[in-house]
Design a protein around this ligand. Structure first.
Ligand code: G
Ligand code: G
Ligand code: MN
Ligand code: NA
Length: 254
């Protein structure tokens, strides 16, 4: 069967799962939240990574259904964590550009929040780097509506995409996530270090928090701490965990 057809059936067959990668505050080194990352549990191929099917989902329009499933599942997980006593964590959820270009997105978001009973102030939505279908005004309207709903907004993969400095200064986001492409070169590649320092300084001037992605080494951690980066995620702290592993991980650190 074609992958696209299989993808179409995958939601009904409950083949998608979310994994969760902890995010860490760098001054205290405490876990403050987690990013929900979707995987496709394919009957023959095993666990398929999102870069293998998100594009396909976007091209076929399935991203709307998949995105709604991810949103609802992440909210339910947030509620479940709270019930289990893990009530102080932020849940970050990735959005795709097709999803947010849908004029019904804010209504959908509010509906899912209401249906799941999640505490919306515990949620953070990650705007994708490739928001090509939205102009700055449309982005401002979208982000303002979402902020009114009470959710935090971050800009994902910052430095790789379309969000210009104008966009960064005008759209009322809360934080930027520095793409791991820059973190990767730290501390040996001088240019990566300089770009990272510049992005952090710029973000701070605009009162934005900075999250570094893909932190793998102690040297990278030290560099980011020295640069006053607020938060990080990456394999140095933890890779993405399934639901059961996450519960164990959180029990261990509390
Ligand atoms: O987990 P992994 O590193 O394989 O993720 C690869 C890419 O897929 C990342 O850019 C990530 O943002 C994206 N991704 C992961 N989960 C989701 C999701 O639920 N929705 C969307 N739109 N993208 C996701
Ligand atoms: O684009 P986005 O930031 O959403 O991508 C997040 C993805 O980055 C996750 O799917 C995860 O698998 C991947 N990732 C997380 N930590 C690390 C890391 O330390 N190194 C590398 N190479 N990838 C990571
Ligand atoms: Mn992300
Ligand atoms: Na992303």
């Amino acid at each position: 069967m074609l992958m696209q057809e299989e993808l179409r059936n995958a939601i009904e067959l409950s083949q998608f799962v979310l994994h969760y990668q902890p995010t860490v505050k760098l001054d205290s080194q405490k876990v403050v939240g987690m990013e929900a990352l979707v995987r496709w549990n394919h009957p023959d191929r095993g666990l398929v990574a999102p870069d293998q099917f998100i594009q396909l989902a976007e091209d076929s329009g399935l991203i709307h259904k998949l995105g709604e499933w991810v949103l609802r599942q992440a909210c339910l997980q947030c509620v479940a964590l709270e019930k289990a006593g893990f009530d102080s964590y932020v849940m970050s959820i990735n959005l795709s550009s097709k999803q947010i270009a849908d004029p019904g997105f804010v209504a959908l978001f509010n509906r899912v929040v209401e249906e799941t009973g999640v505490n919306v102030s515990k949620l953070e939505l990650e705007l994708p780097a490739d928001m090509l279908m939205l102009d700055i005004q449309a982005m401002m309207d979208l982000v303002q509506s979402l902020k009114r709903a009470g959710v935090m907004i971050s800009l994902d993969d910052f430095g790789t995409g379309y969000c210009s400095l104008g966009c960064l200064s005008q759209v009322p986001i809360d934080s930027v996530k520095i793409d791991r492409m820059f973190v990767k070169g730290i501390p040996y590649d001088q240019k990566s270090g300089e770009v990272t320092n510049a992005v952090i300084a710029l973000a701070h001037k605009l009162n934005l928090n900075v999250i570094a992605e893909g932190v793998e080494t102690r040297e990278q951690l030290k560099f980011l701490q020295d640069a006053n980066c607020e938060m990080a995620q990456g394999n140095l702290f933890s890779h993405a965990l399934d639901e059961e592993q996450l519960a164990g991980y959180l029990s261990n650190i509390e």
